[in-house]
Design a protein around this ligand. Structure first.
Ligand code: ADP
Ligand code: GLC
Length: 513
């Protein structure tokens, strides 16, 4: 529902949203889905939102709607000024602003060349973060909130506190740092610290230093006025001894300022009743399109075309986080012991790609694999599968299980982070639930839980079908999530206004923050 215009003038905020990726312009994973949708939901609530992101090659610079916003913009980086231009477009009430610097962002990959991480990621994303702040000044856009996301933009709060604290232009700007994935922290060689220009006195263990290196995410955790993460359970997990990937002590110091807000789903893109990528649309009222999609999926992945056999789908980055190592020891047993098919779409670590690539020839007609990033196939798998497997070791939120439910494709998940917060466990006595969960990080837990789901498909079909309908009716709305972000913004504003007062105490030690 569009609530634009209902806001009182005083509640309406100028929001600077900074991200390294956002749909529909660039994407490597769920960060892009969130950063493409949350700003729109905030704009729908009446806020004035500018989203700043890089102009990679995948962003069509000469698109019809693209305009030059700033012909030249000078961004101070260390002792130098780096020049760029800013281009942009307005979409769904949000100003998308692209930092156009060919040297930093004129590349095909967002963070790596397909093999290696770019050697200058500290410079690239340090520059993006500083450029976002500079853009506000050059455009006269006074943000009430600067909302940054993950390590790539984590230095924005520090920049505001250390470089702009006495600038009246930013006197009301509070910062919010959202952690989408604590597994990626932005840690770089010591010498890269100079380009941030934050002073040697701040290269300390509680702020930017970690084992002699410079640590972007730590800076975000220290300086942001409020911290969020993308599900309530993940907020708890990162505060638990081993869940913070080394950052738990620093997060503990900020525990009162951390909020877990569950991501929403953009149902304009991820709803089988409207999905332009799938061969036939369907809805909970008329499911016939789903069997059609299943047949097309089976053909496209060279599987035996038989809609009675349950298809298990996976769409995933092939990264340690996603728990592929729990599946690989048992996938062959699953296919030998159960009458099932697998379709797997993913790209990432070469050892996993190599393992998966061999499976279709070993199990012809039963396992289909596509190595690559492919939007259309991702939608087809959501629509055509019966089950969707996510055996993640950790999962801050996870969007695919949320999408799966809307497509009537029941998730089989490890109960961590957002997976735990979104998927309701099947109860065999009542037939309730929206998916199948397991706890142990053990391949046999994957084997038996897949077995449980498959036996439910064959033997308790009335339960399986009722679960599908229940799952399809679930709504994970961005409107609700945006309302929670609004509350966090208010908290951040309050903390920002007490920063100067507290900075006196901070100067005498780091005990209170
Ligand atoms: P993460 O951000 O950790 O990768 P999420 O579940 O939050 O996990 O989001 C993943 C997003 O990326 C989903 O939109 C999913 O469809 C998409 N995705 C992941 N891998 C691929 C792929 N190989 N091809 C197409 N889309 C993909
Ligand atoms: C990260 C997480 C994923 C989350 C996404 C969007 O990539 O791994 O769980 O859904 O960010 O917040």
């Amino acid at each position: 529902m569009n609530t634009r215009g209902k806001k009182k003038r005083s509640d309406k905020k100028n929001i600077l949203f900074v991200s390294s990726e956002a749909v529909p312009f660039s994407k490597s994973g769920g960060l892009a889905d969130v950063c493409g949708a949350l700003p729109v939901a905030l704009a729908d609530k009446g806020h004035n939102v500018k989203l700043v992101m890089p102009r990679y090659w995948c962003v069509n610079k000469s698109g019809r709607d693209m305009k030059v916003i700033l012909g030249t913009m000078g961004v101070p980086m260390g002792r130098e000024t780096v020049w760029c231009q800013v281009i942009g477009t307005r979409k769904k009430g949000v100003d998308f602003c692209f930092i156009d610097h060919e040297g930093f962002f004129g590349r095909a990959g967002l963070y790596d060349d397909g093999k290696w991480e770019y050697h200058d990621n500290a410079e690239r994303f340090g520059f993006l973060s500083k450029a976002a702040v500079q853009l506000c000044k050059d455009l006269g856009f006074k943000p009430d909130i600067a909302h940054c996301n993950d390590w790539q933009t984590a230095i924005v709060p520090a920049h505001l506190k250390l470089k702009e604290l006495n600038n009246p232009f930013f006197s009301d700007t509070a910062s919010v740092f959202t952690i989408h994935n604590i597994g990626h922290q932005g840690v770089f060689p010591r010498e890269k610290y100079a380009l941030l220009d934050f002073g040697e006195e701040n290269f300390t263990e509680s702020k930017f230093e970690s084992w002699g290196k410079v640590h972007f995410m730590k800076g975000g955790i220290f300086y942001a006025d409020a911290i969020t993460t993308v599900s309530p359970s993940y907020a708890e997990e990162i505060l638990a001894p081993y869940g913070g990937a080394g950052l738990t002590p620093y997060l503990e110091r900020r525990s009162g300022d951390i909020t877990g807000i569950l991501n929403g789903a953009d149902y304009e893109s991820w709803d089988p009743a409207r999905d332009e990528f799938i061969p036939r649309k369907y809805s909970v009222e008329d499911m016939s399109g789903k069997s059609f999609c299943k047949r097309v999926l089976q053909e496209r992945f060279k599987l035996a075309v038989d809609t009675d056999i349950p298809v298990i789908g996976m769409v995933t980055r092939l990264a340690h986080q996603k728990g592929l190592d729990l599946l690989t020891p048992v996938i062959k047993d699953i296919v030998r012991d159960m009458k099932v098919q697998f379709v797997i779409l993913g790209t990432g670590e070469k050892r996993m790609e190599n393992f998966l690539k061999k499976l279709p020839s070993e199990f012809p007609g039963s396992i289909g694999v596509w190595i690559g990033f492919d939007e259309q196939r991702a939608h087809l798998i959501e629509a055509g599968s019966d089950l969707f497997l996510m055996p993640s070791l950790y999962e801050p939120c996870g969007l695919n299980q949320i999408y799966s439910m809307k497509y009537g494709t029941l998730p089989v998940v490890r109960e961590v982070g957002g997976l735990k917060d979104t998927v309701e466990q099947y109860d065999e006595r009542q037939g309730s639930g929206t998916g199948f969960r397991f706890n142990d990080a053990d391949p046999w837990a994957v084997y038996y839980t897949v077995g449980w789901a498959v036996s439910t498909y064959y033997d308790r079909r009335h339960h399986f079908d009722a679960m599908k309908r229940r799952a399809m009716k679930k709504e994970f709305s961005w409107e609700d999530a945006a309302a929670e972000y609004e509350r966090v913004y208010e908290k951040a504003v309050r903390r920002r206004s007490s920063w100067e007062k507290n900075s006196f105490q901070r100067g005498r030690g780091n005990t209170i923050f």
